[in-house]
Design a binder for this molecule. Structure first.
Ligand code: AMP
Length: 208
């Protein structure tokens, strides 16, 4: 199955995509994670992307498209994949349609107030890539999975979150109509508890 997870930042795309990818045995392709890795490794791509990401702006389409095209060549993509955070513009969606077939697009719906709460309290583990919320951590600095030192993403600062939200509304939200028109869209609330939302995600995608 070739899937796209769509939704504003903080909707839970990454959380549900990680879980479903493990359950289905297909890779999760998170362009945000790939770009952050490139920045950590100091590659040319990372250098190009950093300024945009720190400001909460989108990285140029051709940079992201090239990265995705290369990723899809890997053998683990043969049996399907889950795009998490890609495509994010109409140009990306149209380019993608020219080189792959998408089976369904899951759209996670969450209002702005909840997004702000989730993202300002989000902490990530640089060691194991786990993502947590301070509301559920006994120690907000220590990863409960591997003991690593938790950090806040540079783009999870309040002003940057507000900009990412406005970028989402302007540049990514039009994809909802684009995929609805193609008959691929499945919308699910991302506002409830993680486990309940995940069951709704699976039901919407027809995954038993
Ligand atoms: P994410 O981890 O999905 O929230 O992405 C973090 C940041 O990476 C975004 O705010 C963008 O700057 C950049 N990014 C990730 N995916 C894309 C994409 N498909 N197109 C453009 N920029 C992206």
């Amino acid at each position: 199955m070739n899937l796209i997870f769509l939704g504003p930042p903080g909707a839970g795309k990454g959380t549900h995509a990680t879980r479903l990818s493990q359950e289905l045995g297909i890779p999760q392709i998170s362009t945000g994670d790939m770009l952050r890795r490139a920045i950590r490794e100091g590659t040319q791509l990372g250098l190009r992307a950093k300024g945009y990401m720190d400001a909460g702006e989108l990285v140029p389409d051709e940079v992201v498209l090239q990265m995705v095209r290369e990723r899809l060549q890997a053998p683990d993509c043969q049996g399907g994949y889950i795009f998490d955070g890609f495509p994010r513009t109409l140009a990306q969606a149209e380019a993608l349609a020219a080189f792959t077939r998408i089976d369904a697009v899951l759209n996670l719906e969450v209002d702005d107030e909840l997004i702000l709460h989730r993202l300002t309290g989000r902490r990530v583990c640089p060691e194991c890539s786990g993502t947590f919320h301070i509301d559920y951590l006994s120690d907000p600095q220590v990863c409960p999975t591997c003991g690593g030192r938790l950090a806040q993403r540079a783009d999870d600062a309040r002003d940057t979150i507000l900009n990412r939200l406005s970028v989402y509304r302007r540049q990514t939200e039009p994809l909802i109509a684009f995929y609805r028109q193609k008959g691929l869209l499945r919308s699910v609330s991302g506002a409830g508890k993680v486990d309940d939302n995940y069951l709704a995600v699976k039901a919407a995608l027809g995954v038993p």
